[in-house]
Design a protein around this ligand. Structure first.
Ligand code: UN1
Length: 491
C-alpha cells in the first residue's frame, strides 16, 4: 500500500516521485507500506500552506484550540490498542510499551486542552498612575517539527500539541522508520476538527528534514535526535535566527549504593537498560555500583538479562523487541567490538538468532563490567541494549562518574539514605534525577530535557513547553490622557 504526504489540506504524492518501504523490524518480510521520500519542493509546498493555516488558526481562541486537542485525546484513547499495535509493528518495542507511548500522547492532549484556558500572562503595576502594564502570549508562526523513531506517537505529540494550542501551524517531519504512526496521528488531528492547513505531514529522510529546518518561513524548529545532527540543526537555526528547541543524546547512569534495596534496583536497571531495546534517550546505559555490592548485584543483573525473552513485540511474553533497523545493529556491533577488547563481557554480546529471530534485527541484552570512566563505552551514546558497569568506592566517586560525560539527560540513585538521596538531587548534572527508580519514566506534565550537550536550555512537556511555543508580548495602556514619561516623571 502506498501512503502519502498531507499538504495543503490533501493527501498527495511527493514531488520527487520517490517512495521507500517501511518494514517491520521484527520480521523484515512484513512490509507495512511504501512511504514518500520527500524533497525541498514538498517541504516548500507544506510551509506555504502552513503559513496560510497559521493566519486562521492563530485567530481561533485558545480555549477553542484546546477543545480540538481534547477531542484528539478522546480519539487516541478510543484507538489506543490499534495504534499501539501498528506502532509495535513498525518500530518493534513490545505492546506494553507502545500502549504507554499512546498514553503519553493522551496525557499530553488533555494537558494541552486545559492549557487553552490558562496560557497565563502577567498583569503588573505600572510606575505611573492611570497606566496598565501586562504581558501576554502570542503564537509565533510555522513550527517545523523533526521527530525520532523511538517514541513514534508521544514525541510528535509533545511538540505538535503545545505548538497548536499556542496557535502555531505545524509541519511535521517524522523519522523515516515510523511514518505510519505519524500518519495516523495526523488523521486523528483532522478528524478532531483541526483546520487542514494548520497541520502538514512531510515524510522523508534527512533531506526533507534539512529543507524544513532551513526554510525561511519556518519560524521555530523543535528537533529530537542525535547530538551530531542537533549541532547541524543548531547552526542552521542560528544563522537564520530561528527559535530552536533541541533534545539530543544521553548517557544516563543508575547509581546503586551499598545500602540500596538490590531487588528493587534489579527490576529498575533491567527496565531502564533494556526497555525499548535501549533505544531511549533516557535509557540506563551506565550502571555505577558501589564496591560493597558490586559483584553480587552484577551477578543478579546478568542472570536476569540472560533470561529476558526476545521476540516480536506483538507476541505475548516478549520482554525485548528488535532494534529499529540494520544500521542500529551495526552501531551496537561496533561498540561491542570495543567492549569485548577493553572490558569483561557478563551477558549477551551478539545478535540474537534462531527461529523467528532470524527474520528481524534482534540483539542480546549485553552487559560489560570493568568499564573505565573516560573510555568510549562509558562516554558515548550507543542507543542499544548495552549496559556498561563502573565500580566506585563511594558517593563522591559515583557523582563524579555520573557527571563526567558530555550529556546530561537523566540519572538515578538507589539508596536508603535520605540525606544522600537529596544530595544526589543537588549534585547530579542532569535535567532529571530519579530516587529509587530507573532513569526512564518521565511524566507528561513535568518538564523534560537535559543539560550540557543533551539540550539547549528548553524543556518539553509540562508548563515550560508553552513558553517555547509562544512569544511574550508586553502591552502598556495609558489612560491618563497626557504624556507620562517612565523613569523620568517620578524620579
Ligand atoms: C526518550 O527517551 O526518548 O521518560 C523519551 C521516558 C519517556 C520518554 C522518553 N516517558 O522514558
Amino acid at each position: 500500500m502506498q501512503f502519502l504526504n498531507f499538504i495543503s489540506g490533501a493527501w498527495v504524492a511527493p514531488d520527487t516521485g520517490k517512495f521507500q518501504p517501511n518494514v517491520n523490524p521484527a520480521d523484515t518480510r512484513d512490509v507495512i507500506g511504501e512511504f514518500p521520500l520527500s524533497g525541498a519542493a514538498d517541504v516548500a509546498a507544506a510551509v506555504g500552506s502552513a503559513k496560510r493555516g497559521f493566519d486562521a488558526w492563530r485567530r481561533t481562541p485558545a480555549p477553542a484550540r484546546g477543545d480540538v486537542l481534547r477531542r484528539v485525546g478522546d480519539l487516541l484513547s478510543a484507538r489506543k490498542e490499534a495504534i499501539a499495535d501498528l506502532m509495535t509493528r513498525e518500530m518493534g518495542k513490545p505492546l506494553a510499551e507502545t500502549r504507554g507511548d499512546v498514553q503519553e500522547g493522551i496525557d499530553t492532549a488533555y494537558y494541552a486542552a486545559s492549557e487553552g484556558r490558562r496560557l497565563f500572562g502577567h498583569t503588573v503595576p505600572s510606575e505611573l498612575a492611570n497606566k496598565w502594564a501586562m504581558s501576554f502570549r502570542r503564537p509565533i508562526g510555522v513550527a517545523g517539527l523533526v521527530t525520532p523513531f523511538n517514541f513514534p506517537l508521544a514525541i510528535p505529540t509533545w511538540k505538535a500539541f503545545p505548538a497548536l494550542l499556542c496557535g502555531n501551524a505545524v509541519v511535521l517531519k517524522p523519522a523515516e522508520d515510523v511514518p505510519h504512526t505519524a500518519t495516523v496521528l495526523v488523521e486523528i488531528l483532522l478528524e478532531a476538527g483541526l483546520p487542514p492547513e494548520a497541520i502538514q505531514l512531510v515524510h522523508g529522510d534527512g533531506e526533507a528534514g534539512a529543507a524544513l529546518v532551513s526554510h525561511p518561513d519556518v519560524a521555530l524548529v523543535s528537533f529530537t535526535g542525535s547530538t551530531d545532527t542537533g549541532a547541524l540543526v543548531g547552526e542552521t537555526c542560528g544563522r537564520l535566527h530561528k527559535r530552536l528547541s533541541l533534545e539530543m543524546g544521553g548517557k544516563n547512569a543508575m547509581i546503586v549504593m551499598d545500602d540500596a534495596n538490590l531487588d528493587l534496583a534489579l527490576d529498575g536497571v533491567l527496565w531502564g537498560a533494556f526497555g525499548t531495546t535501549g533505544q531511549r534517550c533516557t535509557a540506563t546505559s551506565r550502571l555505577i555500583v558501589q564496591a560493597g555490592v558490586h559483584d553480587e548485584f552484577v551477578s543478579m543483573v546478568a542472570k536476569r538479562a540472560d533470561a529476558m525473552k526476545l521476540g516480536d513485540g506483538r507476541t505475548r511474553g516478549t520482554d525485548v523487541g528488535p532494534l529499529v533497523n540494520a544500521a542500529a545493529v551495526e552501531k551496537v556491533e561496533r561498540y561491542v567490538a570495543i567492549g569485548t577488547v577493553e572490558c569483561e563481557l557478563r551477558a549477551g554480546g551478539g545478535r540474537a538468532t534462531g527461529g523467528l529471530l532470524d527474520r528481524g534485527f534482534f540483539y542480546q541484552p549485553t552487559i560489560y563490567t570493568g568499564v573505565k570512566p573516560g573510555s568510549r563505552l562509558e562516554q558515548e551514546e550507543i542507543f542499544g541494549p548495552v549496559l556498561s558497569v563502573v565500580r566506585v568506592n563511594d558517593a563522591e566517586e559515583a557523582f563524579a562518574v555520573n557527571n563526567g560525560v558530555k550529556y546530561g539527560l537523566s540519572s538515578s540513585i538507589y539508596t536508603s539514605d535520605v540525606n544522600l538521596a537529596f544530595r544526589a538531587l543537588n549534585e547530579l548534572d542532569n535535567g532529571i534525577t530519579y530516587v529509587n527508580a530507573p532513569t526512564i519514566g518521565a511524566e507528561a506534565h513535568l518538564p523534560f530535557g537535559g543539560v550540557k550537550q543533551t539540550g539547549n536550555g528548553h524543556r518539553e512537556g509540562g508548563w515550560e513547553v508553552y513558553e517555547f511555543y509562544s512569544e511574550t508580548k508586553v502591552g502598556y495602556a495609558d489612560f491618563s490622557g497626557r504624556l507620562q514619561r517612565a523613569q523620568i516623571d517620578n524620579y
